[in-house]
Structures are given as structure tokens and as C-alpha cells.
Design a protein around this ligand. Structure first.
Ligand code: SF4
Length: 886
């Protein structure tokens, strides 16, 4: 359905919720641009959003339902799911089934999944991967505000004088907000403080970086609270009129002396005092926090320690102020609105409140509402493992990679009698365990709404025909409900579901809840179609929006006062020791999203960091015999991984960092979730994924390899490998412990090829440990393999270009040359994904006198696309300048 005008839609990745203009030309090619009229991004996009068109291919899509490994039609698949769940519940009761859903779903999908589970199945066993992302913020909000309310909006970033960024690599994980913050600094001199154990790209751009010890945030913010009290930085009227519990919180905070705060946080007193003074002296302060705060066994206390400081200073709900939880996923907030968590109900009601249950039940006219919360994510999969849950439906997520103790999650699914997975991707580490696979329509192929971190509801609009037999998730869920004989699921469109959701918030409206969408009820199909991005609450016929909450109190507690929470420092649940001496932190990288089922299709996004890696401090690297680019065996008490080593002082001694994205589809053994013990916050149930004790040792490689193929390789071997798509094929890095007898046979196994000797070109120097092979079909290169005793020193940029080259017989030797010479100088690792500019090109521009980000951009074009790499370019400029000064 090509459209002459671009379709206004919303990015499907992070919680910034950027508006996108998606166009299609007559040939069907999709173009993507930032929507200048969307308030969240005002036209900006990051590298991931800019590359969305590259992720839309149908390769590796699940296009038809599959039942027990056999492709079939919807009728059989839907009947199998409906009867499977019905029989399980009839035999074992409602608590024997569960849904595990996702912040990738649209609000309408989420709404009907929650309604089916809680209203008709009669159990609250529905939880979401948002549990891994922001459950601690939800619980912290409820404890302080009486409701899960984000008080501020993105405009506060434009209007603040001090942005405290804690537990967030904003430059990589919410890049458009980071750009917005940098613009504010340019315009009004906003100071940026970054609190993070690592010296991230965000930290490098900060005015002040506090590299605190992992898990010590409560001690830090308690120290700040005590300082604010002593310094008199109190908004007395606000505290008096709108809060309670200050003295108990202060008592708790004062129990830790400044000297102890120094010891616990590992921060010098001078740095602490500088931060405390800056915070005390800056009325317009925003504290932005994300997974570094939430993913912790004390995540809720960390959230409340931050909120306490904002309540004391009255810096909440006013322009340029507030505690601000940044959601990781595009619709984590929408899921919260409809109650898609095991301990919530719908429209921000409380499942443990009998009146709320009665109201929701009467609105839904449903037979049941469970009286107690269901199982949260970690407990839910534990129950799958021990047989309490016998049927599970997983929607749009990959728990075999992302949950802690992930190997046990895989084993649990293997043994579960009924596993249903609805997804876009055919082959993920989770779909491999499915009895029934349901093909879901993806981004661009379905209509719905999502809500971003600032409570802004935006439309995701369809601009592509759903391929094969794919269907939107809401349709699939409603079809199952109807086959099970349940009423209340006869919607014809997502507009009808959205309307019901809005009417439910209006039905429940009693002034005791924040979520009010009454102004959006009754939009009709046309109104829904043309819905502009809007921030809730939206009340009344004139659709009055409110940007901020709580500027004049009005919290959603019984007495309308916010609660200070008395909180004390607790260290991470597991400590390092002689067996596991390093503490592993984890996070996202700039150009990847979750388990790479979409971003892993875009060659330009894979070019930035193509291998799973672990960052280790030089001191630890030397101690454990792990030089740069060596392969490390990383082991925890729960699992192991093989990761390439990056030696850097960006991590503190005794700590390490690894990204979360790699799966068995892209690497031999790099599923980071398999390393985490299943420790959770006692209130929120959110797992601790940033403090895992590990040990590292060299993977003793007797050879390293680099290969190119036309088809996706999947070497099923006990060796290290990491594959990534490139223009025209795939590249793959290898390391092996045993040298094979016959390299030709090994090449065939490694690259998944049938190699014909007459089409081969081989160079072998056994003494030097060198082996090179190129395989041809006609004048085209079909595969190449470069083996050496250590890391393979060839230009990856040159090698990838060979896949597009034509080789006359006399020129075939060039295919194993390894370098392109002056005609094709090596770019080095790609830094600017938009314009394919490598580190070596930027270094050359620096050496040539380009001393600013703009000058580098003029010389190389780096940083002139989405701008997400500008902070890294800045870092290179600073490093070059300090080297020059030495
Ligand atoms: Fe998408 Fe990037 Fe915007 Fe996040 S910041 S919504 S990933 S374009």
C-alpha cells in the first residue's frame, strides 16, 4: 500500500518515543526520517531509528503458524492454543497457566492480553519483560507518590540548570534525549553530572563524573539528603504542606556519616562535596535515571533515595525539575497503564484493593478477577521449571536470552508441556522451544499506540502490508479468547480497544488516580487515525493535557501527601571473592536493540561493534593474562560465556562490563543472561543484572580466523565465533583451541560450504600458522577464510568490499591479499554508522588539524547524520589533545 505522503508513526525501540515519517516509493523502498512536528524528538533520530528501513526485510520472518514443527493455517493453530490453555486450566486450575509479554507490544495488544488473563482466566500470572527494565521505578513511584506517575516531561531537560544522570548511558541508550541535553547546555549552560561506575561516552561529556562503587547509590543520595538538610536547601512550604515522613528518612540518611559515604561509594570526599554543593545550589535540577538504578536488588530503595532529595527541595512538577525515570522500551509505560504487570490490574488500579477489583470486573463484565498478584517474571519462569505452570504464552520477547539464570529458563521451557510463542522472528533462542509458533505483524505492519517516558501517547501507524499470514497481536489474543467462548473480545480494530481502555480510565475516575484518558474516549476510527501525540492525563471534551504532576502537591496517597521513604544502603546480593573476583556490570550498546532480531539485520548497525566483548581494567587484564582482543572465558556461579577482551580504564579495577545483546544466533556463547544469578529486588521483583561476580581466564586459542560467506553461517562447534551481516553476505570471527589436520575440510565446516577444489585458491604457510582460502563461483567470491596464529591482521573494510568485486582468473590472488593498499585504505572500526566513517579516518582528520566535532564532520562527514556518534568523536578529540600535550 504505497502512500504518496509519508506516514507519521513512532520508533519501535527505546522509551524516548521519537516520531518518524515513513515513506514508500513506487518500488516499495521505505524511507525513514525524524518527524519535525513530534514533541519528543523534533525531527531528530538516533542511529537505530535512522536505520529502521534496513531492518524490514522478510528474511528470517515467521510468516505462517507452526504447530509442533509443521506449518499450518490459523484455524488449526488457534484451536491448538485455545484447547491447550482450556484443558490445562480445567485439569490444574487457572494458576497453572501464564503469559509473558513485552514492552514492544502496543497498548491495545497489552490491554486485551491483560483482560483475558485477569478477567477471564482468573489468574494474574501475566508479567512482562518490562519487569527487567523499570519495575523498581514503578514500585518507587507508588511508595512515594501513591501512584506510578512520572512527574515531569522532556521540556524539563530544555529548561533545567543541572541534569544529574545516574545509572544511564544516555548518549547510547536514549541518544535523542542526550542530544537535547547537550543543546540545553549550549543554550543555557546546563551542567551535566553523570553518576556511573563506568566512564561511559555520557560520562566523558559530563561536567562532573562520579564513578561510584556499584550498588552504592542509596548511600550517595542519603548523603545528599543529609547535606541538603544541613545546607538549608529545603522548600519548607512544600515539605510542610505536601509530604510526610521526612524525619524518619533523615534519621536513616544520617546514620551514614560522610566518611562512611566515602567508603561505601568509593568516591573522594572532594568529589562528593562538589556534587552536593552543586545540587544544593541549583533550584532547577532534574535527576534522570534508568537501568543502572532499577536493575538492582535494592532498586526500589535507590529510586526512593533519589525522590527523597527532590521532595525535600520541592524540585518536582515545576519547569526544569524532577526525578525522571527513563523507560527502556517503546511501550513499557503503555503496559503499566493497562496493568500488564503481575501485581497491577488495569488503568493504574490495585489488584489487592477489593473495590478496584469490583470496579474493573463490573466494567469488563468478566467472570473473575484474581484476588492476589500473580508471579513476577523470575518467579514465573521458576514455576515453569518446577512444573507449577504447565502452559505459557510468550509474546514478542526472548526470555531465554534476557532473564537471569537464562540456561535454567531454556531448560524450563524445554520441559514445559505447552509453550506458545508469538513473534515476528522465526528463529530465536526462545522460538526454538515453542510447541506452537504464531506469526505476529511487526512495526509498520500494524496500527496501535505506544506511550513514552514522558507519558506521551503516540500512534504507531501501518505503512506496509502484513506479510504472509502475520496478524497483529491483539487480533491473535482476541481470536483465542473467542474460541474459548469468552465475550468481550469482539473488537474489529485497535481503535475500539483503545476506546475501551480510555473509557475504563474515565469509569474509574475518582480523583484518586493519575491516569485519566477521559478526553480521548469516543474518538471513533477517524479520531484514532488522526490522533496527535498527546500527554496524559487528557481530561474532558476539550482534551486538556497536563505536562507535569505534583508542582502543588496533590499526590495520590490517602492524605494526598508524598511519602519520604526511609532507606539504607544494602550492597549487591552477591559479593566478589577469591572464586569470582570481578563484578560484572552490563548494558546496551549504541547501535543494537535487545536480542538483535531487528537491529542485527542492518549491516550499518552491526559495523560499530560486531563482536560480543567484555571491558576489563588494564590491571585486571594483566593479572588474568588477557591482552586486548584476546578471548576470555567468563564464568559466574550460574553460567559461562566467551567474549572478546577490551582493555580499558573506563571500568574501575575489580569490575568489568559486557553488553546484553548477543544470542546463540550471533555468537558461540555470549548470552549474558546466563551469567546472572536470579537475585531480585524484594519489592519490585526486578532482577539484579548489573552486579554479578565473575571470573575470567584466557580461552587458549591456537588459531584465530576471519571468514566471509554469502549465507548466514552457524558453526556448530566447540570454538569461539561471532557472526554479523555485511553488504552482500556475512562476516565471522573465529578462535579455536585445536589446529585441524585439513584446513579445506575445516573451512567447509566453519563456513557451511560445499567447496569444490577447482574453484579454490589457497595459500598455506604452516610454519607461520598462516592459511588463506578464497572460493569462487565464476568471477564472484563466494567465501574466504583467513587464519593466523594470533588476531587476524587484515582490513575488514577491504575484505567486505571483496564480496562486491569481480575477479578475472588472473586477479584471484587479490582476494586473499588482506589489504587494499592506497586505493582502499583501512577505515578501522566504524564509528559513524550513518555515513560509514571509521576510526582511522577520524584519526587521520585529527592528525591533519581538525580539532572540533564540526571540523571532523567537514573532513570526513562523521557525526553529520543522526549525531549519535558525536560524543565519541568528542572523546577522540580530547584523547588526541591530551596525548599531544604529554
Ligand atoms: Fe528510536 Fe533512537 Fe528515538 Fe530511541 S532515541 S526512540 S531508538 S530514534
Amino acid at each position: 500500500m504505497p502512500s504518496p505522503l509519508p506516514v507519521r508513526t513512532t520508533c519501535p525501540y527505546c522509551g524516548v518515543g521519537c516520531g518518524i515519517l515513513a515513506g514508500r516509493d513506487a518500488d516499495g523502498a521505505v524511507s525513514i526520517a525524524g518527524d519535525p512536528d513530534h514533541p519528543a524528538n523534533q525531527g531528530r533520530l538516533c542511529s537505530k531509528g535512522s536505520a529502521l528501513a534496513d531492518t524490514l526485510s522478510l528474511e528470517e520472518r515467521l510468516l505462517r503458524p507452526v504447530v509442533h514443527g509443521r506449518e499450518t493455517g490459523w484455524d488449526e493453530a488457534l484451536s491448538a492454543v485455545a484447547s491447550g490453555f482450556a484443558e490445562t486450566m480445567a485439569r490444574h486450575g487457572p494458576d497453572s497457566v501464564a503469559f509473558y509479554v513485552s514492552g514492544q507490544l502496543q497498548t491495545e495488544d497489552y490491554y486485551v492480553a491483560n483482560k483475558l488473563m485477569k478477567g477471564w482466566f482468573g489468574t494474574a500470572n501475566i508479567d512482562t519483560n518490562s519487569r527487567l527494565c523499570m519495575a523498581s521505578s514503578v514500585a518507587g513511584h507508588r511508595r512515594a507518590f501513591g501512584s506510578d506517575t512520572v512527574p515531569g516531561c522532556y521540556e524539563d531537560l530544555d529548561e533545567t540548570d543541572l541534569a544529574v544522570v545516574t545509572g544511564s548511558n544516555l548518549a547510547w541508550c536514549h541518544p535523542v534525549l542526550f542530544q537535547r541535553l547537550l543543546a540545553a547546555r549550549e543554550r543555557r549552560g546546563t551542567k551535566i553530572v553523570v553518576i556511573d561506575p563506568r566512564r561511559t561516552v555520557t560520562a566523558e561529556a559530563a561536567d562532573l563524573h562520579l564513578p561510584l562503587a556499584p550498588g552504592s547509590d542509596v548511600a550517595l543520595f542519603n548523603g545528599l539528603l543529609a547535606h541538603l538538610r544541613e545546607a538549608g536547601a529545603i522548600e519548607h512550604g512544600f515539605v510542610r504542606d505536601h509530604t510526610s515522613g521526612l524525619e524518619a528518612a533523615l534519621d536513616c540518611a544520617r546514620r551514614t556519616t560522610l566518611a562512611e559515604t566515602v567508603r561505601i561509594t568509593g568516591l573522594p570526599e572532594r568529589l562528593l562535596e562538589e556534587f552536593f554543593r552543586l545540587f544544593a545550589a541549583t533550584p532547577r535540577t532534574v535527576t534522570l535515571y534508568s537501568q543502572g538504578v532499577n536493575q538492582s536488588s535494592s532498586g526500589v530503595d535507590k529510586v526512593n533515595a533519589i525522590i527523597n532529595c527532590h521532595l525535600l527541595t520541592g524540585r518536582i512538577g515545576k519547569p526544569g525539575t524532577g526525578p525522571f525515570s527513563l523507560t527502556g522500551q517503546p511501550n513499557a509505560m503503555g503496559g503499566r497503564e493497562v496493568g500488564g504487570l503481575a501485581n497491577a490490574l488495569a488503568a493504574h488500579t490495585d489488584i489487592e484493593n477489593p473495590r478496584h477489583r469490583a470496579l474493573v470486573r463490573s466494567f469488563w463484565d468478566s467472570p473473575a478477577i484474581p484476588q492476589r498478584p500473580g508471579l513476577k517474571a523470575v518467579d514465573l519462569f521458576r514455576a515453569v521449571g518446577d512444573g507449577r505452570i504447565k502452559a505459557v504464552w510468550i509474546m514478542a520477547t526472548n526470555p531465554v536470552d534476557s532473564l537471569p539464570d537464562a540456561d535454567r529458563v531454556a531448560a524450563a521451557l524445554r520441559d514445559c508441556p505447552l509453550v506458545v510463542v508469538s513473534d515476528m522472528a522465526r528463529d530465536t533462542d526462545t522460538t526454538r522451544h515453542a510447541d506452537i509458533l504464531l506469526p505476529a505483524a511487526g512495526w509498520g505492519e500494524k496500527d496501535g499506540t505506544v506511550t513514552n517516558s514522558e507519558r506521551r501517547i503516540s500512534r504507531q501507524r501501518r505503512f506496509l502490508d502484513p506479510p504472509g499470514e502475520t496478524q497483529p497481536d491483539w487480533w491473535i489474543i482476541c481470536q483465542i479468547a473467542r474460541r474459548m467462548g469468552f465475550s468481550g473480545f469482539d473488537y474489529d480494530s485497535p481503535a475500539e480497544i483503545f476506546d475501551e481502555h480510555c473509557r475504563l480510565t474515565a469509569f474509574l475516575k475518582d480523583g484518586a488516580r493519575d491516569l485519566d484518558l477521559s478526553g480521548l474516549a469516543g474518538l471513533g476510527a477517524e479520531g484514532y487515525d488522526s490522533l496527535e501525540p498527546v500527554q496524559w492525563p487528557v481530561t474532558g471534551r476539550d482534551r486538556k493535557e497536563s505536562k507535569r504532576f505534583f508542582g502543588s502537591g496533590g499526590f495520590f496517597t490517602g492524605d494526598r501527601r508524598a511519602r519520604f521513604a526511609p532507606v539504607s544502603h544494602r550492597p549487591p546480593a552477591s559479593a566478589t571473592g577469591p572464586d569470582y573476583p570481578l563484578l560484572l556490570n552490563t548494558g546496551r550498546i549504541r547501535d543494537q536493540w535487545h536480542s538483535m532480531t531487528r537491529t542485527g539485520k542492518a549491516t550499518r548497525l552491526m559495523a560499530h561493534l560486531a563482536e560480543p566483548f567484555i571491558e576489563i581494567h588494564p590491571r585486571d587484564a594483566a593479572r588474568h593474562g588477557l591482552p586486548d582482543v584476546a578471548i576470555a572465558r567468563v564464568e559466574s556461579s550460574h553460567g559461562s560465556a566467551l567474549l572478546q577482551v577490551t582493555v580499558t580504564d573506563a571500568v574501575r579495577p575489580g569490575e568489568a562490563f559486557a553488553p546484553i545483546h548477543w544470542t546463540d544466533r550471533f555468537a558461540a556463547r555470549a548470552r549474558i543472561g546466563a551469567l546472572f544469578p536470579p537475585h531480585v529486588d524484594p519489592i519490585s521483583g526486578q532482577p539484579e543484572s548489573k552486579a554479578t561476580p565473575v571470573r575470567v581466564s584466557p580461552f587458549v586459542a591456537r588459531w584465530r580466523g576471519y571468514g566471509l560467506t554469502r549465507e548466514r553461517p552457524s558453526p556448530d562447534r566447540d570454538l569461539y565465533w561471532a557472526a554479523s551481516p555485511v553488504e552482500g553476505g556475512w562476516q565471522i570471527e573465529f578462535a579455536g583451541t585445536d589446529r585441524p589436520e585439513n584446513w579445506e575440510e575445516e573451512a567447509a565446516r566453519l563456513l557451511g560450504l560445499r567447496i569444490r577444489p577447482e574453484d579454490l585458491l589457497v595459500f598455506h604457510d604452516p610454519t607461520a600458522g598462516l592459511y588463506r582460502l578464497a572460493a569462487f563461483e565464476g568471477d564472484r567470491l563466494t567465501a574466504a577464510l583467513f587464519i593466523s596464529a594470533g588476531p587476524v591482521a587484515i582490513s575488514r573494510f577491504w575484505a567486505i568490499a571483496q564480496l562486491a568485486a569481480t575477479f578475472r582468473p588472473a586477479m584471484r590472488l587479490q582476494a586473499i591479499a588482506g589489504q587494499g593498499g592506497r586505493a582502499m585504505p583501512d577505515k578501522g572500526p566504524i564509528l559513524c554508522a550513518c555515513l560509514n566513517v571509521g576510526v582511522k579516518e577520524i584519526a587521520a582528520a585529527l592528525a591533519g588539524g581538525a580539532g572540533t566535532v564540526e571540523a571532523i564532520g567537514a573532513a570526513t562527514r562523521a557525526g553529520t547524520g543522526c549525531g549519535a556518534c558525536r560524543a565519541e568523536i568528542r572523546g577522540m578529540i580530547d584523547a588526541y589533545a591530551s596525548q599531544a600535550a604529554e
